[in-house]
Design a protein around this ligand. Structure first.
Ligand SMILES: [Zn+2]
Length: 209
């Protein structure tokens, strides 16, 4: 083979390998994107109820919320808001029952400086549902418990924003709902609960309070 022809073949092979590599990487990235979409779609299958029970008394005030995910928060250093705040129309701690949106397992329960009395439930498709600032917990609920969607976890409050356990009253009574999933690299990431809450808005547990 002539020398120039050898070079031609060599460059041709290199270009082909490079293109094959590019196609492979593109395929991987598309799959990762699809997985992420699939994870977020699968969470919908887990969601059975809105996280605040409604009173059977039709005149009773209820809750409201806006899409505040990603807003700036300052306590504990500047950060973004990793959840949605469901505000109590009656600013009364301990009034509104907080229910599990999903079936799942209690992964964490107890005090956090930011979240106050919080409970974290891992749903079937791997979502971590984080309910924070509770006034109190339902009797007997503890880490490792299996819970059914709609189970009362505790009561809405205003705990948190304090290093000392039990700090309350630093803000109005509300339920902070966060949803986290693990990405393909195993890193926990916050996803916006707003569309999931909208999805669940009419799926209400009703009880007397
Ligand atoms: Zn919040």
């Amino acid at each position: 083979m002539k020398r120039s022809r050898k070079w031609f073949v060599f460059i041709f092979v290199i270009i082909n390998m490079w293109m094959a590599f590019g196609v492979l990487m593109l395929t991987c990235n598309l799959n990762r994107g699809n997985n992420r979409f699939k994870d977020e779609y699968n969470l919908l299958k887990d969601i059975k109820y809105f996280p605040v029970a409604k009173s059977t008394d039709k005149d009773s005030k209820y809750v409201y919320y806006t899409n505040s995910w990603g807003d700036k928060r300052l306590y504990g250093g500047e950060r973004t808001h990793e959840g949605i705040d469901i505000m109590a129309e009656d600013n009364i701690r301990g009034k509104y029952p907080v229910v599990s949106m999903t079936d799942g397992v209690v992964e964490n329960i107890g005090w956090l400086e930011l979240g106050g009395y919080r409970i974290g439930i891992r749903s079937r498709h791997g979502g971590y549902f984080y309910y924070a600032h509770l006034y109190s917990y339902a009797d007997g609920i503890s880490e490792g418990d299996k819970v059914k969607a709609g189970k009362i976890l505790g009561y809405m409050g205003d705990t948190g924003y304090g290093k000392e356990e039990g700090t309350y009253g630093m803000f109005d009574v509300h339920l902070h709902v966060g949803i986290y999933i693990n990405d393909d690299d195993g890193n926990e990431k916050s996803i916006n609960p707003y569309p999931y809450l909208k999805f669940a808005e009419n799926k209400l547990i009703k009880c007397h309070y």
